[in-house]
Design a protein around this ligand. Structure first.
Ligand SMILES: [Zn+2]
Length: 321
């Protein structure tokens, strides 16, 4: 049994020439491919497998992270038309702040301006004392290995998501956005699904899960902070959705470096039935029975049609200084 992970799904937008997304047509083509070669099992069948510890062979389920408006505009109609469903993981902090999450501000900056431009500017702004030494060491080899980012994009993402102390990150990003993305405010309200749209997703048979409150790297937080991210997010969803049929979570960023044993224990304690990691392999009976809070999940780009079209574009091929 395989779980597939998606993020942005939309048509190309000339205002964002470097934006890394799955083209809507490629999403459709990939669903055609999955339908022809695998069994896109129902939500009832999937939950049966979770409860029984018996995964289906050749089965696929679809998951979508980060509450993007894309999921309401482009994914939902496509799934409805095909009689399919998915799990949508929501970073609930966006509903309290009405602002873009830092991780998405980085995508927008890179999508509009490209890695080289942002990387150069960042090198001028970030000094060594803003970086957390042990994070630089610990995360360098373990992050973004599956992506084919150009060197500059990699520098920007690693610095802002992993190396930099959270105390500095907000200010640096504010400065970058002010300089490169003055239209942020206007965009923020249109970037995520609204609470009404979330409820419509649920009514259409989609499962809504937690993706924390603030989308942190959970392993960077104290136990108490992790608990707030988990409990706060479920509390928001339960209040916004009326009720959740089950509790499910997915780790921001993903990968074994992004959470700890404490995180899994806290999820168990929160009554979370299962959680998704990012680990590119099938879900086994062993996973379902022994480690339901770290189920493996494939990136969509590991299957036909799942690549971002930018990767074929010469503009983003790795460049040397
Ligand atoms: Zn995410």
């Amino acid at each position: 049994m395989k779980a597939i992970m998606y993020h942005y799904v939309h048509p190309d937008d000339s205002k964002f020439p470097y934006f890394r997304h799955l083209h809507r047509d490629d999403f459709r083509a990939q669903l055609d491919y999955f339908s022809a070669n695998f069994d896109l099992i129902s939500n009832v069948e999937f939950l049966e497998a979770i409860h029984s510890g018996k995964p289906y062979r050749d089965a696929i389920i679809l998951t979508f992270d980060d509450a993007f408006k894309d999921h309401y505009m482009y994914v939902l109609p496509e799934l409805k038309q095909r009689g399919l469903w998915g799990i949508f993981y929501i970073p609930t902090g966006v509903y309290a702040t009405g602002r873009l999450m830092d991780v998405h501000r980085i995508h927008l900056l890179l999508g509009k301006w490209g890695g080289q431009c942002i990387s150069n500017f960042l090198q001028e702004m970030v000094s060594d004392e803003m970086l957390i030494d042990n994070h630089v060491e610990a995360f360098r080899s373990r992050t973004y290995r599956a992506q084919s980012n150009d060197d500059y994009t990699l520098h920007v993402k690693r610095t802002l998501n992993y190396y930099i102390g959270y105390a500095y990150r907000g200010d640096i990003l504010n400065a970058l956005m002010e300089r490169f993305f003055p239209e942020e405010k206007a965009l923020a309200g249109q970037f995520y699904m609204s609470e009404i749209e979330l409820r419509k997703m649920q009514e259409a048979g989609m499962l809504i899960g937690s993706h924390s409150v603030n989308h942190p790297v959970m392993s960077k937080l104290t136990c108490r902070e992790q608990k707030q991210e988990i409990d706060g997010s479920f509390a928001f969803l339960e209040q916004a959705m009326g009720r959740l049929s089950i509790r499910t979570f997915c780790y921001p960023y993903g990968g074994f470096h992004s959470f700890t044993g404490d995180t899994e224990t806290l999820l168990d304690q929160a009554g979370c039935l299962f959680s998704f990691n990012v680990e590119h392999r099938d879900i086994t009976a062993e996973d379902l029975i022994n480690r339901p809070q770290a189920l493996p999940r494939y990136d969509c780009n590991l299957f036909p049609h799942g690549h971002c079209r930018m990767e074929n574009n010469v503009l983003i091929k790795p460049q040397k200084k």
